[in-house]
Design a protein around this ligand. Structure first.
Ligand code: GLA
Length: 388
């Protein structure tokens, strides 16, 4: 379903269920992580893009107390109060919204109550495209509109992340929310998660990304995501003892310093840190290569990133490795797992005129190796917006 259709369907469902036109509506996109894996919570940098798939969130005021929230795809309404932090029984998807409303309410010091809400999205669940962050950002954008309130966008990202931490149990960084808020049409964004600066990185207009989903079960909450984060923090603390300058995160360790000292820190933590230090370096080299128009060399960094996921971070899986290898054999300039890993999707960078051929080749190569992937072509797109 394209964006216009998603918006139209959400508005129609809202009117049918609540008997009222929405007074506020917002769209927020999912994201692909193009380069910079697990670097966000290490104070590092990432190249990412918002995509042309996302969530629409509509709201109107109601005289009934509480929040009534319709999920159009499952045709169910959850009801909750934003005052407490209890999970909404039976409706796990409603917790993201409850979390967002709760933290916005706390931030504004203004009760959020008496709202009818409806949402629908086009992002496949579990594909690693940050469906939950898109939903959070769409809900935040729409509720601020109806409250006629403003919160700095970086603070909105933080509030949404708190909802994710507390209600979904994943100690994620800010990448997903930043990408959904700050995405650019036909471009990547370079986010620095230490300074929180975001800058656009223009891509040639004919670059697309294929999202190749081998359908491996993906849930960051059950994955070793939080454990990986702890290992990174442990590595940073150990390196801080060895280096002459302050180290508060792996961002502070250069590839040279890491190579000099890696044998003196715990072996398990060193492997994880090798990935992060290498990724941050690849992101910075990648930005330069895009600026020089060298997409072949940029693509090679994507393959290197995937190899480091296999060897160092151990967040890939055999199915994703098959997809990335198939992409290489099909002639794509670059491919890697995108997002948390442990399942989810791989992204493949392609020129638009090659997308169809490369996609068919990947499918054939994957089928010959026992997996049937789902492939979606996505384009880098603008970030969250108020529709009305
Ligand atoms: C998930 C998290 C992000 C980020 C990526 C890995 O998408 O939500 O914060 O850590 O994994 O780069």
């Amino acid at each position: 379903m394209n964006k216009e259709k998603v918006i139209q369907t959400t508005v129609t469902a809202h009117i049918e269920n609540f008997g009222k036109e929405p007074e506020a509506a917002a769209w927020a996109p999912g994201r692909i992580e193009v380069l910079g894996n697990h670097t966000d919570y290490n104070d590092g940098t990432v190249l990412s893009a918002a995509i042309n798939l996302g969530h629409c969130f509509c709201i109107s005021r109601s005289s009934r107390p509480g929040i009534h929230l319709l999920a159009v795809d499952v045709n169910q309404i959850a009801a909750f109060d934003t005052a407490n932090m209890e999970k909404v029984p039976g409706f796990s998807w409603a917790n993201y919204i409850k979390g967002v409303f709760h933290f916005i309410q706390e931030h504004l010091g203004e009760k959020i109550d008496g709202l009818d809400c409806t949402f629908l999205g086009s992002i496949p669940m579990g594909a690693g495209l940050s469906s939950s962050a898109a939903l959070e950002v769409a809900a935040a954008t729409a509720v601020l509109k109806i409250l006629d309130a403003t919160i700095d966008q970086k603070e909105i990202a933080r509030l949404c992340r708190r909802a994710e931490h507390l209600f979904a149990g994943t100690n994620c960084g800010l990448l997903d929310q930043f990408s959904s808020l700050f995405g650019r049409d036909h471009g990547l964004i370079h986010s620095d998660f230490r300074t929180l600066e975001v800058s656009p990185v223009q891509l040639p207009a004919d670059i697309e990304f294929l999202v190749v989903n081998p359908h491996v079960k993906h849930s960051l909450a059950d994955s070793p995501y939080n454990e990986r984060r702890e290992r990174c923090e442990q590595a940073a603390a150990q390196l801080a003892e060895l280096l002459p300058h302050p180290v508060t995160a792996l961002r502070d360790v250069s590839p040279e310093e890491f190579e000099t000292h890696r044998s003196r820190i715990a072996a398990g933590a060193a492997k994880r840190a090798a990935h992060i230090v290498g990724e941050i370096d690849r992101v910075e080299r990648g930005v330069e290569l895009i600026r020089q128009g060298d997409l072949t060399a940029f693509g090679a960094l994507l393959f290197q990133s995937h190899q480091s996921s296999i060897e160092n971070f151990e967040n890939s899986c055999p199915e994703l490795d098959i997809v990335v290898e198939a992409a290489r054999e099909a002639g794509a300039p670059g491919a890697r797992l995108s997002g948390g890993g442990f399942g989810g999707s791989a992204i493949v960078m392609v020129r638009a005129d090659q997308a169809q051929t490369i996609s068919e080749k990947i499918t054939a190569l994957c089928k010959a190796r026992g997996i049937v992937p789902e492939i979606l072509a996505v384009t880098p797109s603008a970030g969250a917006q108020i529709i009305q």
